[in-house]
Ligand binder design. Sequence first.
Ligand SMILES: [Zn+2]
Length: 173
Amino acid sequence: MTNTWQARSLDLERFADAAGQLSLHTPLAELVRVSSACDAGAVTGHVCDWSLSGETRGSDSRRQVWLRLQAGISLPQHCQRCLEPMSVDLTVDRWFRCVADEATALAEDDGCEEDLLVLSAEFNALELLEDELLMALPLIISHGDCQPPSSPALGDDLPHPFAALAGLKKPRL
Ligand SMILES: [Zn+2]
């Protein structure tokens, strides 16, 4: 039996039972939430290479369903210090343990180290991919060894604090 797995509608339990593997190449433009966090003019041409693997661990009543997400992409960003364009390479490699429902996930979340997913027969792995990429994106994006732009013109546009003071210091006649 051949399985054609659909990343947007994945039966997690069947995928794990079959030790499913899925390799995908998704244009950044299709990852709407991630691309909206990027330099809009430079999204075209960027592709996310990612893969999913499923496996079961344990047996019978202790059987667990696990999903692994691996992804790599280079995102067009701007350096927050020098304001020049730069690319930020992100990689994700995470395992998730699947639980029966939301209540179980909430109950077990504090007591375990792994990330939990709620089992679904129509799991949207693109949502998960986008969540993980956004979480992997650093809060501060900078080259690390660059200088802020020196722009004398910028200074001239700002109101000069002493100009106002000078106006107050009119000679008293
Ligand atoms: Zn920079």
